[in-house]
Write a protein that binds this ligand. Structure first.
Ligand code: IPM
Ligand code: MG
Length: 367
């Protein structure tokens, strides 16, 4: 039994509906196990721009720092699409990641057998299933490096270049080492295979990435270690996804590879994520999908990714493995009984349901 303070950031679009669903499921778990989850709802993203003029206020970040954990829905929408980069709703995510020092982003990509028809891959590519843990570095690299614009000088033929824009990929040994260790530790507890993804044939930052990886690998002789250039990794992921266990990579490559992994499992609506910092610091848990403004407020969103994110919170921040397992089993049970939100309703004989009913169906197994 325990009391846990959760900062809930519904954000924009379907973020509100899916976080509400996740909190309902958490309450069902609380009832069963005698825990108490105390929620504090906070604004971030587009709604915070409307209310306070910025995507994330220092007060909101402070509230998050004081919480035991953060549950986030999604941010962004067409209303704020024309704002300059630094003022967009997405800025809230970067400021939360940076402000809470959430350097390790865990994105599991699992193919649920019940949903294998939703995968765009052929059966022969899926014969070993898909159960990959992507570990994305989240507070460094291109996302946090120097960027700007400057006069671009001249082209080889002497014509003016106009302005030039630049972003910087920089990684230190310490930043690489701490994320790589997360990868090895996870691999050790799973199928003991780690794939490091970089672009060491071109980028100096990737060459250091690989050097540090190889150094740390020596401490984990029980883990099979391999590395791929990111372009090859993108190809192998669609050809033989079943051969991957844990993938560790940089912020930018992780952004791309995790969407690819999401797509091959069938629906981004099923994918949770955890962003973790130093032990003792609050983690942040959010569905991988975005705010989907086109279906917002229509009871069409798949709540599973947010509910599974809540399960990750229980496991990784609160050490409540049994409770997390129960939520994951409840999701599988709802799928087994044929319930599908529109994004995963691929077969004729499934039972099409909305966000609210899907949530109820998941909660039916948590009694
Ligand atoms: C993600 C998203 C974000 C990112 C955006 C919304 C800033 O794509 O979490 O993968 O690029 O990290
Ligand atoms: Mg992304």
């Amino acid at each position: 039994m325990g009391v846990y303070n959760i900062a809930v950031i519904p954000g924009d679009g379907i973020g509100t509906e899916v976080t509400e669903a996740a909190c309902k499921v958490l309450d069902a778990v609380a009832g069963k196990f005698g825990h108490q989850f105390v929620y504090k709802t906070l604004l971030a993203g587009g709604c915070a721009i409307d209310a306070h003029g910025v995507a994330l206020t220092p007060e909101t970040l402070n509230e998050c720092k004081k919480s035991d954990s953060v549950l986030l829905g999604a941010v962004g929408g067409p209303k704020w699409d024309n704002l300059p980069g630094a003022e967009r709703p997405e800025r809230a995510l970067l400021d939360l990641r940076g402000g809470l020092e959430l350097f390790a982003n865990l994105r599991p990509a699992i193919l649920y057998p019940q949903l294998s028809s939703a995968s765009p891959l052929k059966d022969e590519n899926l014969k070993n299933g898909i159960d990959i843990m992507i570990v994305r570095e989240l507070t460094g690299g291109l996302y946090f490096g120097d960027r700007g614009r400057r006069p671009g000088g001249v082209m080889p033929d002497g014509s003016p270049k106009g302005m030039e824009a630049f972003d910087t990929e920089a990684y230190s040994e310490a930043e690489i080492e701490r994320i790589v260790r997360v990868g090895f530790e996870l691999a050790k507890a799973r199928k003991k295979k780690l794939t490091s993804v970089d672009k060491a044939n071109i980028l100096e930052s990737s060459r250091l990435w690989r050097e540090v990886n190889e150094r740390v690998a020596k401490e984990y002789p029980e883990v099979e270690y391999e590395y791929y250039y990111v372009d090859n990794a993108a190809m192998q992921l669609v050809r033989r996804p079943g051969d991957f266990d844990v993938i560790v990579t940089t912020n930018m490559f992780g952004d791309i590879i995790s969407d690819e992994a999401g797509m091959i499992t069938g629906s981004i609506g099923m994918l949770p994520s955890a962003s973790l910092g130093k032990p003792g610091m609050p983690g942040m848990y959010e569905p991988v999908h975005g705010s989907a403004p086109d279906i917002a407020g229509q009871d069409k969103a798949n709540p599973c990714a947010a509910i599974l994110s809540a399960a990750m919170m229980l496991r990784w921040s609160f050490g409540l493995g049994e409770e997390a397992d129960l939520i994951e089993q409840a999701i599988c049970a709802a799928l087994d009984r044929g319930y599908r939100t529109p994004d995963i309703a691929y077969t004729q004989n499934c039972i099409r349901v909305g966000t609210k009913e899907m949530t109820t169906r998941v909660m039916e197994s948590i009694v």
